[in-house]
Write a protein that binds this ligand. Structure first.
Ligand SMILES: [Zn+2]
Length: 243
């Protein structure tokens, strides 16, 4: 059975790449086993067939070097944190056994993102309940140690900013894998199907530069934890390699 160190839970295929792609690549480069659980197949997109979207997701998965990718197959545009869905998330967490979960921010204005954030948090909590695990069969109750949020639309004051300068080109490549969502088909195409308009890469770059500047790096990706994070060995993070 596949087990992971980190599981990213994202509403639509491409959300993980756009909002957490750099963090994923840094974790993978450091030897972590990272997986992505997409909540929908993104089938409400007007461009590209379902097969196109699946092929694009497979290509992006390869670029990110993921150890696992799955899909809850909830309806695109109508995601709800229903009991069955959050128990399905809990089951994935018990089986895949990650220590860290990355999810959308709870106050994202896109309803699917907001519902997916709730689904992740509730599933995370339920994964640690013994009685539920027993009823479901399979692995025993186990709750990942940490849940953190990546940034999609709504800005927040981050707990961490990940330096993604070393993996910036590969993050761009992972987003570019979703070609049907990024390109206009011909002159008459108004580009209404495009992700946030035609300038998704520009917008992703602007955000990465903004947060990178705050940590004096070229590119950064913000993360938020809602609980304080314990540092082992007091202050080792700041003493760095000198010790
Ligand atoms: Zn999305």
């Amino acid at each position: 059975m596949t087990t992971l160190d980190v599981l990213v839970i994202a509403a639509h295929p491409d959300d993980a790449e756009i909002s957490a792609g750099g963090t994923i690549l840094r974790l993978v480069d450091a030897g972590a086993r990272v997986g992505v659980l997409d909540v929908t197949r993104g089938e409400m997109g007007t461009r590209g067939t379902r097969d196109d979207r699946d092929a694009e997701t497979a290509r992006a998965t390869e670029v990110l070097g993921l150890a696992w990718r799955g899909n809850l197959n909830l309806p695109d545009g109508r995601v709800q944190a229903a009991p069955e869905a959050r128990e399905e998330v809990a089951r994935h967490l018990r089986e895949l056994a990650p220590d860290l979960v990355l999810a959308h921010h709870a106050h994202d204005p896109h309803p699917d993102h907001e519902a997916s954030a709730l689904l992740a948090r509730q599933g995370w909590y339920l994964s640690g309940l013994g009685q539920l695990a027993k009823q479901a069969g399979g692995p025993a109750a186990r709750r990942p140690a940490q849940l953190a949020h990546f940034m999609s639309h709504v800005p927040f004051e981050p707990t961490f900013i990940v330096d993604i300068e070393p993996v910036w080109e590969r993050k761009r490549e992972a987003i570019l894998a979703y070609a049907t969502q990024l390109e206009r088909s011909d002159e008459g195409d108004e580009g209404k199907h495009l992700l946030y308009g035609a300038d998704i890469l520009e917008r992703v770059e602007t955000k990465a530069r903004t947060y990178g500047e705050r940590i004096r790096r070229r590119y950064g990706e913000p993360l938020l934890t809602t609980e304080p994070v314990a540092l082992d060995s007091p202050l080792i993070r700041w003493l760095g390699a000198r010790r």
